[in-house]
Design a protein around this ligand. Structure first.
Ligand code: ZN
Length: 306
């Protein structure tokens, strides 16, 4: 199957709260023409300024990926972008009514359900892919990310937290082999002591057990428990898929990452794009992605516990 660009078939709106300000947040996904890319629009501001979903526009990576352009910012973009990766959506207009996307359940699953309902339309334009030619790496203290040439897009992510329920965890996502549903519903996580600290600083005001896995020293505080024993590692991989969507082009490479986060994801992209001899831009690479509907079918029946 030839790779062509994709958008959604009809518009779809999701409402929730923003995790940082704790205020209502609405996002509307709208179909966009070929070669448009993923573009966010702040409908709440005069002249509706636009921010392109691009790694050059990453202005903050503390707790979430915040994009900005011309002094206008938008936070918590990564879970929607991960869902767009999962469905292979290249072109989309994303209208928001405030400075952050709704956090919803802290995963990509609600975005996936919305896209599934909206439908996916193949467009009459070829999709290009960045094929990595050389090994590229970034290391910051004990955190590192390596990108290597590979016949697939792959992410091999590991974490190591000194916590009885986390410890060392890893998850290996291989495009076309791993079902995106395996990571789509993995939620973001945090520690109670940090949440309390952040709230005192006026941050994470919307954070709750409805939109994150919260742990104390020994336990998960969410009454429904974990969705997977390795939900933490799955979420890390999900975050990286969202951040790598900011390359603006699908990447064919294997990423191996340990204790990575939004900042390292941005840095490895910068490292790849720093030298044009690191990669080749190829048109018409074979589609490694299974049909969207089959891939997220599991999400249709998935209902988070409340
Ligand atoms: Zn996340």
């Amino acid at each position: 199957m030839q790779m062509v660009q994709k958008t959604i078939t009809r518009e779809m709106t999701l409402q929730g709260i923003g995790v940082h300000l704790g205020k209502p947040a609405t996002v509307t996904l709208k179909p966009a023409p070929a070669h448009h890319g993923i573009v966010f629009v702040r409908k709440d501001l005069p002249n509706s300024p636009a921010i392109e979903a691009h790694y050059r526009n990453v202005v903050n990576t503390q707790m979430a990926t915040t994009l900005g352009s011309g002094g206008v910012t938008l936070s918590t973009t990564e879970h929607l972008l991960a869902a767009l990766h999962g469905f292979g959506i290249d072109n989309l207009l994303v209208e928001v009514n405030g400075p952050e996307l709704p956090i919803l359940d802290g995963s990509s699953a609600p975005f996936c359900r919305a896209i599934l309902e909206a439908g996916v339309t193949a467009q009459n334009a070829p999709r290009t892919t960045l094929v990595l030619k050389k090994k590229v790496e970034v290391k910051v203290d004990e955190k590192w990310a390596v990108a290597e040439p590979s016949p697939h897009f792959e992410v091999f992510g590991s974490i190591d937290w000194d916590h009885p329920l986390i410890g060392f965890q890893q998850f290996h996502y291989i495009e076309g082999k791993t079902d995106f549903a395996e990571i789509a519903s993995a939620r973001t996580f945090g520690f109670l002591k940090d949440v309390e600290k952040l709230k005192k600083l006026g941050l994470a005001l919307g954070g709750s057990l409805d939109n994150a896995v919260v742990l104390n020293e020994a336990l998960v505080l969410n009454p429904e428990g974990l969705r997977y024993p390795d939900e933490f590692a799955r979420h890390k991989v999900l975050d990286s898929l969202g951040d790598f969507k900011l390359a603006g082009i699908p990447i064919q490479a294997k990423f191996k990452m340990h204790r990575a986060g939004h900042d390292l994801h941005k840095q490895i992209l910068l490292e790849i794009f720093k030298d044009a001899s690191n990669y080749e831009i190829v048109e018409g690479v074979r589609e490694a992605r299974p049909e969207t509907k089959a891939k997220v079918a599991a999400l249709g029946s998935y209902r988070p516990a409340v």
